[in-house]
Design a protein around this ligand. Structure first.
Ligand SMILES: Cc1cc2nc3c(=O)[nH]c(=O)nc-3n(C[C@H](O)[C@H](O)[C@H](O)COP(=O)(O)OP(=O)(O)OC[C@H]3O[C@@H](n4cnc5c(N)ncnc54)[C@H](O)[C@@H]3O)c2cc1C
Length: 308
């Protein structure tokens, strides 16, 4: 593919795949929502850098991993999404770290670390997103968070510049990551990370992964399209407890339903929900919990794009 660069002086040969009007329901775990005006799946880091350089100034850009925490409104995303997930992203031991590209699925990192006799990565086994998404969200569970185990990260800027950044450059807290002096998610994105896990025992790590996955299967509606926890847990409480206490389990709007199994999950059982149904259900749960308990639930899921 040839694209003219922003100043129109030379042609850049791109090796990735560009699709127009790409239905994002194919790329998000809720299996709902609108289309992206442009969707680019880069061939590699250099190709991505070249592609970003071709975008007009002001073009909205959204990186997408496995879409397990994302919804695109029904009117679509009037910009470019970069589709980062790949089943052949690089992962290897580098010194005392595990290097994994942003495109790699988190459960693969957990299994790889275990086979290397490392412990501390097990929590990633249950997070059905990419390394890039986990870095962006500071994904975590069962007492561990992504940034607890990151030593360094590789980022790319809008100008296509790659930077290796120490974990200390990032400010992180519960499901939140900031980079001083840069607008993460709008001007700079994750390409890879070096994780530091502790030396341990393969058998024990594998057993822990099994145990954590069994807990999830028992508690979460994993057979139905969903995006994990819809709301962050408020300090000292659980969003699921509050929503359930309001009697909202099973509450339905259009094709979307508050899960009977876990009240902080919204499911799309027949794959017929519109993004608007899901958003309306989020608003209803928020309002009901606020009216009843005076607590403002904050969504954990990211919603982008335009209403129709
Ligand atoms: C069944 C289920 C269980 C879940 N359990 C958990 C859990 O226990 N803990 C938890 O924290 N989350 C959980 N989640 C939510 C989700 O898996 C995580 O937030 C995950 O980290 C999202 O990764 P992703 O690749 O799917 O990101 P996406 O959903 O594709 O994107 C999420 C956000 O990250 C940004 N992003 C994605 N890739 C990059 C990148 N390379 N650089 C910069 N920004 C990027 C996107 O723009 C978007 O804002 C669960 C989801 C499901 C469906």
């Amino acid at each position: 593919m040839n694209m003219t660069d922003p100043v129109g002086q030379s042609a850049t040969v791109l090796r990735g795949v560009l699709r127009l009007n790409e239905p994002m329901a194919r790329h998000v775990s809720w299996r709902a929502g609108g289309a992206a005006a442009r969707a680019y799946a880069p061939a590699d880091h250099n190709d991505l850098a070249a592609f970003l350089g071709t975008l007009p100034e002001g073009e909205p850009v959204c990186f997408v991993g496995l879409g397990s925490n994302l919804l695109v409104r029904d009117g679509g995303y009037r910009g470019t999404v970069v589709l980062m997930h790949s089943s052949h992203g690089a992962m290897r031991i580098e010194g005392d770290t595990v290097y994994a590209e942003a495109s790699v699925a988190c459960p693969k990192v957990a299994r790889f670390a275990a086979t290397q006799g490392l412990e501390g990565a097990e929590f990633l086994a249950g997070i059905p997103g990419t390394v890039g998404g986990a870095l962006a969200m500071n994904a975590g569970c069962y007492g561990s968070e992504t940034w607890d185990v990151v030593a360094r990260a590789l980022t790319i800027s809008r100008a296509g510049k790659l930077s290796e950044r120490s974990a200390t450059e990032f400010q992180t807290r519960y499901r939140h990551v900031e980079l001083r002096g840069s607008n993460l998610g709008e001007e700079e994105w994750f390409l890879a990370a070096w994780f530091r896990f502790r030396p341990g025992d393969e058998k024990r790590a594998r057993a822990r992964i099994k145990e954590l996955l069994a807990k999830r299967i028992a508690a979460q509606p994993l057979a139905l399209p969903n995006a994990g926890s819809v709301f962050r847990n408020p300090p000292g409480d659980h969003a699921a407890r509050l929503i359930e206490a309001c009697g909202l389990k099973g509450c339905r709007i259009g094709g979307a339903l508050i899960s009977e199994k876990h009240a902080n999950f919204i499911v799309n059982p027949k794959r017929k929900a519109r993004a608007a149904d899901i958003e309306a259900l989020i608003a209803r749960a928020r309002q009901t919990v606020k009216d009843r308990f005076g607590i403002e639930l904050v969504p954990e899921v990211r919603i982008v794009g335009e209403a129709p």
